[in-house]
Design a protein around this ligand. Structure first.
Ligand code: SF4
Length: 232
């Protein structure tokens, strides 16, 4: 997700609007797939404007266009009733699009145009129905670390995601106790890196793509010498 500052690409209006919608549907769906769902919908509906598409379609139509590929079928191939989460995710997308149109003149980039602090940007994003700490944090990290949005306090107001993988790594490294809550993980990252708590997000890669997966491969780990949980 994080790119070097020179590689961060500014978002145009539609890309920014699509990104918020994509973060809203990043639940129980693979991240890369969630990020492609809006484009898939555009292809299916023939509409190339995200806000127009989500404000003109009914929630039922959004649910169908977005999640048809995920519809479960019975033994005879007949569709089963939609999963509850698809219905409310479709509703969140429609509500978010109406709010962007009403409060930000159809352009979500206006939410950060006064260069707010990280926590203020989070507060504004969390005013959208369905956006909580996880979804809002993902959106803020993406717009700042991948697309160069500037914050008044640079990275100081950007938290680490209290994801299971980050938490597992922090526990193994002895940085938080075994019974740490997600908020304990966030607080510890703030304490260790007050100017950029988000840098602890690197543990996600260490846990998912690096050696500290569920079945740790400690002999190839760069943190071997400092880790109290190393297994050899
Ligand atoms: S030494 Fe093992 S348990 Fe510790 S961080 Fe590395 S992979 Fe994880």
């Amino acid at each position: 997700m994080a790119r070097k500052p020179e590689d961060r690409t500014p978002l145009d209006r539609d890309e920014a609007n699509s990104l918020l919608i994509s973060c809203l549907v990043n639940r129980g769906i693979q991240f890369e797939r969630a990020m492609g769902l809006v484009n898939e919908m555009k292809r299916r509906t023939g509409c190339d404007d995200t806000i127009k598409m989500f404000t003109e379609l009914t929630t039922e139509m959004v649910e169908w266009h977005m999640f048809a590929d995920y519809a479960a079928v019975d033994n005879e191939g007949k569709p089963l009733p939609s999963l509850h989460r698809y219905r409310y995710m479709a509703e969140y997308c429609c509500l978010a699009s109406r709010k962007i149109e009403r409060d930000y003149s159809g352009d979500i980039r206006r939410v950060w145009r006064d260069e707010p602090t990280g926590s203020e940007l989070m507060r504004r994003v969390c005013e959208f129905k369905g956006v909580g700490a996880k979804c809002g944090g993902l959106f803020v990290r993406l717009v700042v670390l991948s697309h160069g949005v500037r914050l008044w306090d640079t990275y100081a107001g950007m938290d680490v995601s209290p994801d299971v993988h980050v938490a597992r790594c922090m526990k193994r490294l002895g940085l938080v106790p075994e019974d740490a809550t997600p908020q304990d993980v966030v607080n510890r990252a703030r304490e260790l890196s007050p100017y950029a708590p988000v840098e602890w997000e690197g543990l996600w890669l260490h846990a998912v793509e690096g050696p500290c997966s569920a079945d740790a491969r400690c002999d190839s780990c760069g943190l071997l010498r400092v880790c109290p949980s190393r297994r050899l």
